[in-house]
Each structure stands twice: as C-alpha cells, then as structure tokens.
Design a protein around this ligand. Structure first.
Ligand code: C2E
Ligand code: CA
Ligand code: CA
Ligand code: CA
Length: 278
C-alpha cells in the first residue's frame, strides 16, 4: 500500500509539472496568435424551436495552433484571462464578429443578431463601452444586431460600475444575455434591477431533459420566472428532439445545439444558412 501511495504521489506531481509547463507554453504561444492569424471564429445558429427559423448566431473563438492543432477555448480562455491577453483577443473577436455580421446583412444572408461572448476581465475594463462603440462604428452594424453574452457571476456582482455599463449598453441599443444561467447563486428577483434581454439556460440542465425531475423543474422554473420578468429565454446544448419538445412544452421558445448545427466557420455557416432556408 505504501508503495502504491508513493507511486501515486509521483504520478500526481509529474502530472502537475506537466500541466504547469503546458500552461506556460500556451501562454507564450498565445501572444501574437491573432497577428499570426491562428485565431478564427465559428458561428452556431440559434433557432426558434416552433418554426426552426434562424433567430441568431453565437460566435465562438477557435485557436489553430501551428503544432498542436485545434485548442479548445476551455483551455486557452482561462490562460488568456489570467494573463490579460483576453483583452486583445476579446476586442479582436468583437470587431471581427461585427464586421462579419454586417457583411452578411449587406448580402441579405442573415438578418438575425450575433451574440458575442464577453469575459469578466474584458467587461470590467473602464474603456469596455468604447471598445463596443468602436466595433459598431467601424463595421456599420446596427447596435440592435449585437448581443453580448455575460456570465451570471459578472452581472450579479451588482456593483455600480457593472450597473452603469449595463445601462450604457441598454442606452446604445446593444442587447445583453446572461450566459450559463442557473449555475450561479443569483435570485431571479434580483434580476429585475438589471437591463438584460435574454437568459441562456445552461447546458447542464438541458442535458438531463426530459425525464430527470430536477432538471425538468429547474428548466421550467427558469423559463417561467424569466418570462414573467419580460425576458427572452434560450436553451443551450439542445441535442435531441425530445429536449426541444420538452422545452417547448414549458414555453421556452428558443434553442441552440447540435440538434440543429455545430459551430461552423464563416464559409460553412453561409452554406448552412442557404441550405437551411431552402
Ligand atoms: P459557452 O459560452 O457556454 O458556449 C457554449 C459551448 O457549448 C461551446 O463550446 C459550443 O461549441 C458548445 N455546444 C454548442 N452546442 C452544443 C451541444 O448541443 N452539445 C454540447 N455538448 N455542446 C454544445 P466551445 O466553443 O468549446 O466554448 C467553450 C467555452 O469557451 C464557451 O462556453 C465560453 O465560455 C468560452 N468561449 C468561447 N469563445 C469565446 C470568446 O470568444 N470569448 C470568451 N470570453 N469566451 C469564449
Ligand atoms: Ca456563450
Ligand atoms: Ca453558455
Ligand atoms: Ca455553458
């Protein structure tokens, strides 16, 4: 037993070292990744469940590493946040998303909004609103065609700079969605003081629908209370027809997930949209 314990310890510490080294490597490689054109954006359609019409698209970041290939944002976003590199990456993603959305609008391909993920680190910057304004101005995209996805923890801090920024976005006409909703500790009544437009029910609740009583109760409670507050509700991670049907039965009208489409690069997205609409 002692022997096994020692081996386990050695394995564990070697693993930790490997991870620390990997992280340093990622951090190093992430610098300049935008300039080297290693980053790109993918787009996942958002669907009106009843009609299966396209009502939006979420923009997700991808990193094609020259040696390691595609690296998941779950791995590089935390590194980017810790190092502040998220500011450059996030601004690039916002500007590129607005440019792409406006180009699709001008060509009559997509009327719908695009939803861009914004990290807490980015949102907390004092010049965040200026960054948004600049992206809109240089692209010519109407503010109402842009939605920002903020996580529950960012919004629910409820501190004055946050509230002021949410009010400014509202005044601009930019939409705000609360991402991963249900995973934080917020009370829904608290939501009333925020000028948000939409809630995204986290995938962890959608995954166990239908059949899991707890997941069903949570999903339907979020929808009912959200609707009462006048918010739109979208479910993320919709993978099956049964999930889509359950969501509709509790009056959730919007969904996003592999049942409809994977996130696609801009060219694939265009092709998908044309095929979906014909
Ligand atoms: P998220 O914002 O919750 O994004 C949803 C994630 O679910 C995406 O993973 C998407 O590809 C995945 N997904 C979509 N449909 C399904 C489905 O039906 N089933 C399952 N199992 N998964 C589905 P992805 O692209 O790997 O992104 C992971 C996370 O990384 C995002 O979670 C977000 O927190 C972060 N992220 C991605 N792009 C950006 C970005 O541009 N900026 C920031 N700040 N964060 C980003
Ligand atoms: Ca999101
Ligand atoms: Ca989400
Ligand atoms: Ca999520």
């Amino acid at each position: 037993a002692k022997e096994a314990g020692r081996n386990r310890y050695q394995f564990y510490s070697a693993d930790m070292t490997a991870r620390a080294i990997e992280r340093l490597g990622l951090e190093h490689d992430l610098r300049g990744a935008v300039e080297r054109a290693e980053m790109f954006l993918v787009y996942q359609p958002q669907i009106e469940l009843a009609t299966e019409g396209i009502i939006g698209a979420e923009v997700l970041m991808r990193w094609r590493h020259p040696e390691h290939g595609l690296i998941s944002p779950c791995r590089f976003i935390p590194v980017a946040e810790d190092t502040g590199l998220i500011l450059t990456l996030g601004e690039w993603a916002l500007r590129e998303s607005c440019r792409q959305a406006q180009s699709w609008r001008e060509r009559g391909l997509l009327e719908a909004c695009i939803s861009v993920n914004v990290s807490a680190v980015q949102f907390r910057q004092t010049d965040f609103i200026d960054v948004v304004k600049r992206a809109l101005k240089e692209s010519g995209l109407l503010p109402g065609c842009l939605e920002l996805e903020l996580t529950e923890s960012v919004v629910m801090q409820g501190v004055e700079p946050t509230l002021a920024k949410l009010r400014e976005l509202d005044a601009l006409g930019v939409k705000v969605a609360i991402d991963d909703f249900g995973t934080g500790y917020s009370s829904l009544s608290y939501l009333r003081q925020f000028t948000v437009d939409r809630l995204k029910i986290d995938r962890s609740f959608v995954r166990d629908l239908p059949g899991n009583i707890d997941a069903e109760a949570i999903a339907s409670a979020i929808v009912a209370m959200g609707l009462n507050l006048g918010l739109r509700i979208i479910a993320e991670g919709v993978e099956t027809q049964a999930q889509a049907e359950f969501l509709q039965s509790v009056f959730c009208k919007e969904g996003q997930g592999y049942l409809y489409a994977w996130p696609m690069d801009a060219d694939e997205f265009e092709t998908w949209v044309k095929a979906w609409q014909s």
